[in-house]
Write a protein that binds this ligand. Structure first.
Ligand code: SF4
Ligand code: SF4
Length: 237
């Protein structure tokens, strides 16, 4: 999920200094889990804004704020409250903020949260970064430990000289990713994997902004395009 946190109230106040009426959008998925976009969080923000003289005209929490069609249908139900607002505050990651910005181009949209990273949940309320969505996953040979994300330097052939007692020189109780990989491979009897140098990473596998079609939709679109071309060719005869 996308780990995120609400901006400090002073930052929010500064961002909304010219706004008197605002509509709030949360997110029922990642932002709710992070206590930064669920019902209680929106109400807390509403109270804080009220103290600053900002009226909340209405609020909605779509199931997932990065799902554009879903958010569109949810916002439609709040047309009057949206119309009454000067701007829209979004408590979600930047994907949700941009969903709303795309749907409501005529209103300023304010990001209330900061998106931090793609996270794994260790226990409720505690998240850790394991994957950076690099577009070319190669952790099969490393015991499912990602050095791109879990090594401070992201090195592909480690460890570096900064490892000490299994820990990374970065501190913060961070284990060295390469020691973790070694220990995992040792358990699996696959230490030989570390003998071969890892080839250079194909960084072009993640060129922003990324786009993706799932295979079923891709096939449907290709078939539609083929039909369109066949129809055009027939017309041309
Ligand atoms: S190599 Fe690391 S960053 Fe890339 S997809 Fe795999 S886990 Fe994610
Ligand atoms: S000590 Fe390990 S995790 Fe830290 S930077 Fe070096 S190789 Fe990466």
């Amino acid at each position: 999920m996308i780990v995120q946190e609400t901006k400090p109230i002073e930052t929010i106040k500064e961002m909304l200094k010219d706004v008197k009426k605002i509509f709030l959008v949360g997110c029922g998925d990642c932002a709710t889990v992070c206590e930064a976009g669920g019902s209680d969080d929106l109400k807390r923000l509403q109270e804080a804004l009220k103290a600053e003289g900002i009226e909340v005209t209405g609020m909605v929490i779509p199931d997932t704020s990065c799902h554009i069609p879903d958010v569109k249908s949810q916002l439609k139900k709040h047309a009057a409250e949206l119309e009454a607002a000067e701007g829209i505050g979004v408590m979600s990651c930047g994907a949700g903020v941009q969903t709303v910005g795309t749907l409501y181009e005529e209103k300023p949209v304010y990001p209330i949260n900061n998106a931090l990273f793609l996270g794994n949940t260790e226990r409720f309320g505690q998240h850790v970064e394991y994957c950076s969505a690099c577009g070319e996953c190669r952790i099969d040979k490393l015991g499912a430990i990602c050095p791109i994300t879990r090594c401070y330097k992201g090195i592909l052939n480690g460890p570096c000289g900064g490892v000490s007692d299994g820990m990374c020189e970065i501190g913060n109780d961070t284990p060295c990713a390469w020691v973790l990989a070694y220990e995992r491979l040792e358990k699996q009897g696959r230490l030989d994997n570390l003998k071969d140098a890892s080839p250079p990473k194909r960084w072009s596998a993640h060129l922003k902004p990324m786009r993706h079609l799932n295979p079923t939709l891709k096939k449907k679109m290709e078939e539609k395009e083929a039909k369109r071309k066949a129809k055009e060719a027939k017309k041309g005869k």
